[in-house]
Design a protein around this ligand. Structure first.
Ligand code: 5RP
Length: 223
């Protein structure tokens, strides 16, 4: 199976999960990236089951809207049973690196409101230790050099993501060379650096369920 076929299969499994587990008329959170795009296309087929979606990026908002799915502001939402999104790396303990698409801040905010984070990945994303994928850190532009120096002190090699501005008007430092053995503690530590908006570790609030596409079918891994 190609990687796209795996993403398609896991997207369908996530839509089936929503149809079977989410109360009719719910608002659901929708993530960003190529796997999330496949999910949006599957969600369109069952859109009568939900009242609206909250999007974690402008790109996802546009795709949802193009399918006739209503998109509402997170501030209008009191309860959201699930948030469905991909990841760049995930461990068996369901800690993740996210932000390859640069939407990490909105992703973390939408996930914080959701009852369950459903992560949808192909098997290439499952790792023993996080860090081979460069860790994205969203930074206020005037703090870029300061934050880069602090990240170097922590053993990373930060590189500015060229020609990229987040939906929030900030820049991203992609931090190479990390071996992250304690993701929740490291996530908290990075948040203490002045000028950091968000880092791409989702460990303090990791996924609740991983749907993992393999050539033998979609595996479910929970905590
Ligand atoms: C975007 C993300 C994505 O979830 C992550 O990059 C995975 O993307 P893809 O499904 O395209 O591999 O965090 O900010």
């Amino acid at each position: 199976m190609t990687q796209d076929e795996l993403k398609q299969a896991v997207a369908k499994a996530a839509a089936d999960y929503v149809a079977a587990n989410v109360p009719a008329g719910s608002v659901i959170g929708v993530g960003t990236g190529s796997t999330a795009n496949f999910f949006i296309d599957e969600l369109a087929k069952i859109k009568g089951r939900i009242s609206a979606a909250v999007a974690s990026s402008e790109a996802s908002r546009k795709r949802l809207t193009s399918h006739g799915i209503k998109v509402i502001d997170l501030n209008e939402v009191e309860h959201m049973p699930v948030y469905v999104d991909g990841a760049d790396e995930i461990t068996a303990g369901l800690a993740m690196i996210k932000g390859g698409g640069g939407a990490l801040t909105r992703e973390k905010i939408v996930a914080a409101v959701a009852g369950k984070f459903i992560c949808v990945c192909d098997q290439s994303k499952l790792v023993d230790t996080l860090g081979k994928f460069p860790l994205p850190v969203e930074v206020i532009p005037m703090a870029r050099a300061h934050v880069a120096r602090e990240l170097e002190k922590l053993g990373g090699k930060p590189k500015l993501r060229e020609n990229f501005v987040t939906d929030n008007g900030n820049v991203i430092l992609d931090v190479h060379g990390l071996v992250i053995t304690g993701p929740a503690a490291f996530e908290t530590k990075l948040n203490q650096i002045t000028g950091v908006v968000t880092n791409g570790l989702f460990a303090c609030r990791g996924a609740d369920l991983l749907l993992l596409a393999t050539p033998d079918g979609v595996r479910s891994m929970g905590r």
